[in-house]
Design a protein around this ligand. Sequence first.
Ligand SMILES: Nc1ncnc2c1ncn2[C@@H]1O[C@H](COP(=O)(O)OP(=O)(O)OP(=O)(O)O)[C@@H](O)[C@H]1O
Ligand SMILES: [Mg+2]
Length: 454
Amino acid sequence: MIPKILIVDDEQNLRKVLSSLIKRLGFEPVEADNGFRALEECRTRQISTVITDLRMLGMDGLDLLRSLNRNFPHLPVIMLTAHGTIETAVSALKNGAFDYITKPFEQLEMKRIILNAINTFEANQKEYKPPFLHPDLKIIGKTSVMEAVFSLVKKVADSPSSVLIIGESGTGKELIAQALHNLSSRKDKPFIKVNCAAIPENLIESELFGYEKGAFTGALNSKPGRFELAHEGTIFLDEIGEIPLEMQVKLLRVLQEKEFDRIGGLKTIEVDIRLISATNSELEKKIQKGAFREDLFYRLNVVPIQLPPLRERKEDIPLLVNYFLDEFNKKLKRSVQRISPDIMEAFSLFYWPGNIRQLENVIERMVLLTPTDELTPDQLPQEIKSQIYTSMPEYRAKGLKEAVKETTHKMEKELILEALQETSGNVTQAARQLGISRKSLQLKMKEFDLREKL
Ligand SMILES: Nc1ncnc2c1ncn2[C@@H]1O[C@H](COP(=O)(O)OP(=O)(O)OP(=O)(O)O)[C@@H](O)[C@H]1O
Ligand SMILES: [Mg+2]
């Protein structure tokens, strides 16, 4: 992949000049006109070096530098300073800048510094950043959002604190729950999974806490519940938002007292468990509506782990695609070649409502169904193709790339409009509903010319 260099400056002209210089050096420029947008770019794309102006409106260059150093410690930051402000440049260096350059700059000098920065970054990458959470756990990601998730997972895996994993469907919640268990000292004890949405309401209590013989009609034998089975291990309550209110009260009690009774049981059972739960982003809505207890939420949410949707970590797509391609070649005894750039482009522009699971399924189907060892854009699955083909019959004239881009924009705009309408124009709520940050929603709204209040 071509290294990306982020240029941060509020002067459009300077960004243009730098962009073309960076292109000539064989790198890909990315532009940001302010510090906030710069941070957002670093979070969602894989940036190799940042060049930032010192004096900017809003967040100035030094603030940005501090924030970048905190969030992306290995990312080199080059400061641009006006002539005669060497002191500021020196203080930037003291604050962790990689280097500085004075305006107007010499192209050769700029080139030398950029190459230096990229080399340093790449050397660091090799040292610090395998694209997996752990060599034994094939959880893939190298975007900074995922890096942050990985380091949080490692940090809290062996602590007893309750973890709440939040993410859209297919973002890897179960995978992360299992990783938390496997990386903890409980790893040789049970990992018990409960899908709260799959158990009928009247059976939840007996599933979780067990029952004694004769506790109710049909209780022919006594049976331990999942909490008992998870003793000394981890219990994973998936789709926790689906637990009925009445059970929430009981669950809260168990979490507070770490003991419970089987249904119809006489002796109190004590358990030592690590609790992990997972939910889609709907939980806070449920609390507002009174369908989920706030006190229980706080118990569950000691450490929140937020998994980003795939569309917010698009630069992980090639890694994931190649990983799944290898997997399915092995599993289906095929030898499909790497995917063409056209398809990769379509993948990176698609909205992926089903996230990684959807990507995984798409690759499996394509590998299974291709008559040759090649994958061509024609074999794109219906859900991606129908977006591109039906809404844009002229796609051939325009080229796939353009067509996909337009369609994705159209879809994104529609989804955003829908969310805004549903939340009566409340940006914070709409962003939450869409599973993106408030800031990125605002940027999108600007891009699509949507006003804050409808
Ligand atoms: N970072 C990742 N690297 C590799 N595979 C992943 C990653 N994240 C998810 N997957 C794969 O994607 C699929 C979906 O993951 P998982 O079941 O953990 O998601 P989920 O968030 O629990 O989904 P749901 O909400 O639908 O239950 C799984 O097959 C999983 O192995
Ligand atoms: Mg799941």
